[in-house]
Design a binder for this molecule. Structure first.
Ligand code: CS2
Length: 482
């Protein structure tokens, strides 16, 4: 039903400014990319020129294309700071394609010699890999399909098949810049694409290995999913109806390995990105200190009845828990040059508490089976190796185990979104008591390497007993008093 407030509000339309040529194809056009990388590419072009317009590709639904098309692909990016909201119109998209409608058109866009970079935000599960090993899962139904058919459906399939077209045409490969929260994301996607390519044609794999570039990158800006209320708020703020605005925090950080094919890239440095030789330290810090605590607060916060991360941080036992998590995580993180980890943690606490950002615990809780390895398990492995206890992170894991059971502490159903949801739910249903459930879930090998699972059994079981018996909030109160 049309919002009555909106009927008289004119639609946002694109300005008459000249459009740059297209130099980037982006797979997985979600809110995060439009709030983060796309505006920085626009800023880079404003500073230093270049044809880096973007063709966005939705791999699943037509919603974003349908919303943006009448606006000439322009959209509003709204910064939500504690002092208020500030809107800016972003005009860097040249087109949006919906892959399932016309896969050949997506491949043709990716094979265009003017395209020098393919960026990705397809979320962790979009890589069709085994989260515990970081390797392609050849049994994944989408990969099995893409190996058997020239018109793909998955992100790795598009990367492999589009490269095959370029190889056949004598066009240099594009650089692949994944903007997903995966560990050493450039090397991970490189391994996945090489594995897939080798199964299509070994010569293709050899060419990608020699000529392809996969710069790793660390991306950071908190960007909750846009809601109907947000759309109405943006219309009031700007006087224009935008069917797909994006809303985000003021903070942003982009560290990128400067390793592109032929050095071709937008002047991201002019937009504030850090171009570095090796992004591993930045990535580990962000995945472990930000995403690790985000997931921990999301599971336990959801169980305690909190809807958003800001609400979680406003609840004293949770704020104390977050601080203890950071003190567990910091010894397992190497600070990037010039960064003090304690300052980074303090800045995270302030970002999480921003009341203008309504980031739902349920949204962050999604896809835990794909997120836990790089967010929490790596830290636990490092702490175990150094004999450092991690009771907070073990409680967070117990929180995930409780959450994937699909019933909250008040007996209400939880809508668990996860590629392994059914299996996790069946394991949880079969093992209502905490010790048995911990054992059953630690045996899920896609998530937990076997040795680590053995080491985690006792401390996670202890945490689960407390969590089951007392509930999340009381467990934190007890636990943070020890
Ligand atoms: C969040 C991230 O949804 C999630 O799992 O942890 O999207 C987080 O907001 C971003 O990585 C921040 O850069």
């Amino acid at each position: 039903m049309p919002d009555p407030e909106m009927t008289d509000t004119p639609r946002l339309t694109r300005s008459s400014a000249p459009r740059p040529g297209t130099g980037i194809v982006h797979l997985g056009l979600g809110a995060f990319y439009r709030a983060f990388a796309a505006p920085m590419v626009a800023q880079a072009m404003a500073a230093s020129g270049g044809d880096w317009g973007i063709t966005g590709v939705s791999l699943k639904s037509a919603t974003t294309r349908d919303a943006l098309e009448p606006q000439g692909w322009a959209y509003t990016s709204v910064t939500l700071g504690p002092e208020g909201a500030e809107a800016r119109v972003i005009e860097v998209l040249n087109d949006v394609l919906v892959a399932p409608e016309d896969p050949a058109r997506v491949l043709a866009a990716m094979a265009d010699p003017g395209v020098r970079i393919v960026t990705l935000t397809v979320t962790e599960k979009g890589y069709c890999h085994n989260p515990a090993t970081g390797r392609l899962n050849p049994d994944h139904p989408d990969i099995a399909h893409d190996l058997a058919h020239p018109l793909p459906g998955s992100a790795p399939g598009y990367l492999g098949r589009a490269r095959a077209l370029r190889h056949a045409a004598g066009t240099p490969p594009f650089a692949v810049l994944t903007c997903d929260n995966l560990p050493e994301n450039g090397r991970l996607v490189r391994g996945i694409v090489l594995d897939l390519a080798a199964r299509i044609d070994p010569a293709l794999a050899a060419w990608i290995e020699a000529e392809g570039r996969f710069p790793a990158t660390m991306v950071d800006r908190i960007t909750p999913a846009t809601t109907a209320d947000d759309i109405a708020m943006v219309a009031r703020l700007t006087g224009r109806h935008d069917a797909a605005p994006v809303l985000h925090e003021p903070f942003r950080q982009w560290a990128v390995e400067d390793d592109f094919v032929g050095g071709a890239r937008p002047d991201l440095g002019a937009a504030g990105a850090e171009l570095v030789a090796d992004v591993t330290a930045h990535e580990h810090m962000k995945l472990r200190m930000l995403n690790g605590t985000h997931s921990s607060l999301a599971y336990l916060g959801y169980l305690a009845g909190h809807e958003t991360i800001a609400e979680v941080m406003a609840d004293p036992p949770f704020a104390a828990f977050a601080a203890r998590l950071w003190s567990e995580i910091m010894p397992a993180v190497e600070a990037p040059p010039g960064v003090r980890l304690a300052d980074y943690a303090a800045a995270l606490a302030a970002r999480y508490a921003n009341p203008a950002i309504r980031h739902r615990t349920w949204q962050i809780a999604m896809d835990g089976s794909q997120k836990l390895p790089q967010r929490i398990l790596g830290t636990l492995e490092a702490n175990l190796a150094a004999d450092r206890p991690s009771p907070g992170l073990c409680l967070a894991l117990a929180g995930w185990m409780r959450y994937v059971g699909g019933v909250d502490e008040g007996g209400q159903p939880i809508e668990v979104k996860d590629p392994l949801a059914e299996r996790l739910r069946a394991l949880a249903d079969a093992t209502p008591d905490p010790a048995a459930r911990v054992a059953a879930l630690l045996a899920v090998e896609e998530v937990f390497p076997r040795t680590l699972a053995g080491q985690l059994k006792a401390p996670v079981t202890a945490a689960a007993e407390t969590l089951w018996h007392r509930g999340a909030r009381a467990a934190l109160e007890v636990w943070s008093a020890t």
